[in-house]
Write a protein that binds this ligand. Structure first.
Ligand code: URA
Length: 253
């Protein structure tokens, strides 16, 4: 393991594991940060594609999103009253970053700080997310777009309700359709269940590459733990690091 990687893992407080037999992981010459090189496509494990539109996105009563560009979509979200969360929100939280970013991170829902600032992942979990992204050469607003399943804060940071996810997920799908990311990092069970249509645990969904189909386009996706969970269970950070390495093998940010 090179020093840079040791520094990054130290910064993330991730325990350093050494491969059995001490096999070094080669860093590509074009990759001075020591990122894990891309695996050959034949080495990838891919599930059957999931049509995200069929994975719980209720369309009834939805304003037509198909013709909306990014800014019009953000405007539609800011005016949304499709569920009760509009009554308690300070503001909607649309996204951080821009369409065209190679990676898209999908989280759960805004918390108090996000509701205050109007940007996803600006609290403690966001700091950890930024560190995780930095460790693989990615950064919000640069090569990563960040959005949540819900655009409004659930009061008291409770879990999203199924009706709220159904009301809000068409916005996420249109975001993905417009942004055309090359890769999706699904953080936590709500991102995974919304886009994969699976109620499986994170433990059962992580460790392989899924395919999410949005508007006829298949996008590789990796599931990992939500940063807020990692703050509560730091011993799981090593698994999140393994997920980031799988993400890197799947698509360069
Ligand atoms: N958790 C999320 O899932 N999203 C945010 O924006 C903040 C915390």
């Amino acid at each position: 393991m090179n020093t840079r990687r040791q520094q990054i893992l130290g910064a993330l407080e991730i325990p350093i594991w050494v491969l059995r037999g001490n096999e070094p992981v080669p860093a590509s010459p074009a990759d001075p940060a020591g990122h894990v090189p891309l695996a050959a496509p034949s080495q990838r494990t891919q599930d059957e594609p999931v049509r995200a539109q069929e994975a719980g996105a209720a369309q009834a009563g939805m304003p037509r999103l198909a013709g909306l560009d990014w800014d019009s979509l953000a405007h539609a979200v800011s005016a949304c009253t499709r569920c009760g969360l509009c009554k308690s929100r300070k503001q909607t939280v649309f996204a951080a970053g821009h369409p065209g970013a190679s990676w898209m991170v999908v989280g759960e829902a805004p918390g108090a700080e996000e509701d205050q600032h109007g940007e996803p992942f600006v609290g403690q979990a966001g700091k950890l997310l930024d560190n995780m992204l930095r460790s693989v050469g990615a950064a919000r607003g640069h090569n990563v777009l960040i959005a949540n399943v819900l655009k409004c804060r659930p009061p008291g940071n409770r879990n999203p309700e199924a009706a709220e996810v159904a009301a809000c997920s068409p916005y996420l799908l249109r975001q993905i359709e417009l942004a055309q990311p090359g890769f999706l990092l699904l953080m936590g069970k709500f991102a995974a269940s919304t886009l994969l249509g699976s109620e499986g645990s994170i433990a059962s969904l992580r460790g392989r590459t899924h395919q999410v189909e949005v508007a006829g386009r298949q996008i590789p996706a990796v599931v990992t733990y939500h940063p807020a969970y990692l703050l509560r269970q730091p011993e799981e950070k090593a698994k999140a690091w393994a997920d980031l390495k799988l993400a890197l093998r799947t698509a360069q940010p």
